[in-house]
Write a protein that binds this ligand. Structure first.
Ligand code: ACO
Length: 403
């Protein structure tokens, strides 16, 4: 097994006991804003090699998994730590398929909040599922019990997203089909049409590529929540809330909006220079850890090109390619295309609405969040950093009628 090179960061803050009675902050405190480069624990789940642009799940290179594995097999690998045998995979698949239904109470919740953004609906429905989960004790924080709940959520979340999308259009939800794979079933519930092998293969690869990514903001949220011994539903609800923002999962939606605003490939260069010139950012570029190409992006790039040609709609690939060309000089600053850059146009070409793009990311990431939670629980510790106080002290309290 090859040894992994650790990221060249060191934790620079010395351990300091905070004394609430004295506001004297020790001089040696160095604040690491955004926890950039700080290691807070160890993991055997995944390795994001930002310098070389490598991503490894449980020792396996993402390129091998993207080309050879399936969502179900990758989810098993992540959650159980090793590739499954044929019978293990069959049992896991059966468990997923048997858990796809969501209870009527949760469908009512979806109807109630149907006008909200799909991520808000997903977050609310996952939270509501805590009230109907079949586990004997929802607060069971054992690794096994938590993994089981995570498997159920992995199976139920696509049903939530698909039901919501149909309900908000005034259509009847289409129930899950046990003869379809995780990816194909999702597309079928969403569109009412059985996807082709190519379409379900694309969604399947997308789930593989999004399944796990170390201590990103949403996984960190999940760990912080699990660290307090709150349950898996709470941790995944927190993770979904964190994924929503455009600096994290929301970028795919923003990329597609950008492509539409650009409109034609000849306008891409000017658009990029206008955005950058006014101090803005190009969505789908840059990453906190990757300072080389995001290894997930290349799989989606090739698929975006192929799908666009097959559909007779190569425009989006061409516009985005021109944006990428205009961003070439930024490579020298470590700003490269990230996974979200091509994902949005693929979803668009599959006929999916922009506002569910980030929910699709969440569906792929639930196995990763689950494993982050179980890993946290396996050797749990409350995650509780410090803030360096820079406010006033010795203020005199003045009663309200004297202010
Ligand atoms: N376009 C232009 N410039 C950029 C971009 C971008 N997309 N991303 C970073 N930069 C520049 C910043 O302006 C900054 O420049 P400065 O030093 O001159 O001020 C420098 O790069 C560093 O930027 P930070 O925000 O400090 O880097 P950080 O690591 O915190 O940000 C982030 C990472 C949030 C992803 C950022 O690159 C970004 O906003 N990208 C656009 C949104 C996006 O695509 N998000 C998806 C991320 S991938 C994912 O979550 C799956």
């Amino acid at each position: 097994m090859a040894l992994l090179t650790p990221l060249p960061f060191v934790t620079r803050v010395s351990a300091i006991e905070f004394d609430a009675r004295s506001l004297n902050m020790p001089d040696e405190v160095e604040v690491i804003r955004g926890l950039r480069g700080v290691y807070f624990d160890t993991t055997s789940a995944s390795f994001v090699d930002g310098e070389q642009g490598r991503l490894i799940y449980r020792g396996y290179n993402i390129h091998d998994l993207a080309e050879n594995s399936t969502a179900e097999e990758t989810f098993y690998l992540l959650m159980y730590g090793q590739l499954p045998t044929t019978s293990e995979l069959a049992a896991f698949d059966k468990k997923l398929k048997g858990s796809r239904e969501i209870p009527d109470e949760v469908i009512s919740v979806i109807r109630l909040v149907q006008n909200a953004h799909p991520m808000d609906v997903l977050r609310t429905a996952i939270s509501a599922l805590a009230g109907t989960d079949p586990s004997a004790d929802i607060t069971d924080m054992s690794v096994e019990g938590s993994r089981d709940k995570g498997i159920r959520l992995t199976a139920q979340a696509p049903t939530i997203v698909a039901y919501h999308h149909r309900i908000r259009q005034g259509l009847e939800p289409i129930g899950p089909r046990a003869d379809l794979s995780h990816a194909a079933n999702f597309l079928h519930m969403l569109t009412g049409t059985e996807p082709t092998e190519d379409e379900s293969g694309l969604m399947d690869t997308d789930f593989v590529l999004h399944a796990e990514h170390g201590a990103n903001a949403s996984a960190f949220s999940a760990r912080v929540t699990a660290g307090t011994q709150a349950d898996v539903h709470a941790a995944i609800t927190a993770a979904i809330a964190t994924l929503k923002g455009p600096s994290h999962g929301g970028a795919a939606e923003e990329v597609m909006k950008m492509a539409m605003e650009i409109g034609e490939e000849s306008a891409a260069e000017k658009y990029v220079s206008d955005v950058l010139g006014s101090g803005g950012r190009i969505m789908g570029f840059g990453h906190r850890v990757y300072k080389a190409e995001d290894p997930r992006a290349r799989h989606l790039r090739a698929r975006c090109q192929k799908l666009g040609e097959e559909r007779g709609d190569p425009k989006w690939f061409r516009i985005l390619s021109r944006v990428a060309e205009a961003m070439e000089p930024y490579k020298a600053r470590g700003i490269h295309v990230n996974v979200d850059f091509w994902a949005g146009s693929i979803y668009h070409l599959l006929g999916l609405p922009e506002d569910i793009f980030v929910s699709i990311f969440a569906l792929g990431r639930i196995p990763g969040w689950t494993l982050q939670v179980t890993e946290q629980l396996d050797n749990n510790i409350l995650i509780r950093p410090l803030l360096k106080y820079e406010g006033p002290e010795d203020m005199e309290y003045v009663p309200i009628h004297q202010r």
